[in-house]
Design a binder for this molecule. Sequence first.
Ligand SMILES: Cc1ncc(COP(=O)(O)O)c(C=O)c1O
Length: 496
Amino acid sequence: MQDRHSLDKAQQPASIDDMEPEAFRAYAHQVVDWIADYLSNAESYPVLAQTAPGDIRRVLPAQAPAQPASMSNILEDFERVIMPGITHWNVPGFLAYFANTASGPGILGEMLTGALNVNAMLWRTSPAATELEQVTLDWLRQMLGLPDPLFGVINDTASSGVLYALAAAREALPLHIRKDGMAGRKDVPRLRYYASQEAHSSVEKAGIVLGIGQSGLRKIGIDDQFRMDAAQLEKAIRQDIAEGWQPFAVVATIGTTSTTSIDPVPSIASICERYGLWLHVDGAYGGSAAVDPEMQWVLAGCERADSLILNPHKWLFTPMDCSVLYTRKPDVVKAAFSLVPEYLRNTESVGDEVPNLMDYGTSLGRRFRSLKLWMILRYFGQQGLAARIREHIRLAQLFAHRVDDSPHFERMAPTPFSTVCFRAHPQGIDDEQHLEALNERIMSNINEAGRFFLSHTKLYGHFTMRVAIGNLRTSEQHLSALWDDLQTLLATHLNT
Ligand SMILES: Cc1ncc(COP(=O)(O)O)c(C=O)c1O
């Protein structure tokens, strides 16, 4: 960032006040210019940070700063020290995990959220934050084609959301666990919940936190498309009941982390209804696709779910972090979490008209996350969001077709969304150890080259590369270039 030395004088603290407003204005302009340049030149950065473990830490002083520093120095250090250690999720070649986008309106929303610095814990601690969250999530519900009424709250992550959903499911049992806990109680049977073996690790972590334990999660087998086998689920529930377990919840996933498979929610919902179990749907990645009316089929059965998550910070162009938890049973979630000490009591905490958002999870403090989501929904509109989602799916289908048409590569899973699972499998090479080594080498060569970043999973025990399209800057040209690189690397490795 250039030309900031003239501002340093204004920045020098003359008193114990905050930064001078005029200095703030000038630096804010510089930072915004820097952001605009960074985003428009995103492609010039290597995707992966070019640093070794500990490099950044070693350059930073171990001693806490005792004296003030000028903002120009701080910003220089940001570029000199911090930037080399950044992995650039904004680069169009970022195709790992679930690639995402901090869209322009989302970044502007974050800036305003930082400036307003409201804590949306109670309605009165910022009515607009509470009410905008409710309205924005109702707009999103409409865009997703989900029926009213559906109560929504925004959390940091889906990992928090599934914890809250399962805490509510546990609260729905007539065991008053919230009050008396579970440890040492002879009147509490061992609790069981279910998810497919492809479910995200956060589902298992929630059981650890809730005292249900990892053995309280029973992982259900999958079919040949990586979807939960509903018949196996019902069999497991019956078996567990016969053995004295208390089943209480099922987590179905729409867009599993490895392959983006879609569990059969309608059948799972019927099972949950038969056995009186809470149905939570993890649509952290795949749920967002339903803003495209043509993709709303992915949420079939979700109108029967007790709770549902989707992460705008994954595939709805929202900067980290923003995860939506919807529930048809807000009273149960509230019963699990509401605890109002005297210092937080207020007269407005009545009725659904004015919720106090602190009542729906463990955190008291809550960022004003709905502002950026509101700006994104308005700026793009449903049609704009749907067009972008459709384009990502189109790009993934094109890439999948290339894989399918090649005698040297094979697709490892169906591609219902924008993520392609594949591996090199040249004709005549069937030794699995050889294939594993070959694919690992190809992927690390791609990642070392700096233009693309792929991540992997294992399917049927086989090393599998993933191309996850979720960045608005990723185009057909980028994927063609990646495809060319894959061919070249394969040829090189086969000839050595
Ligand atoms: C299907 C699924 N659920 C949940 C999560 C966890 O999301 P978060 O990082 O918001 O906790 C992920 C993360 O990739 C995921 O793929």
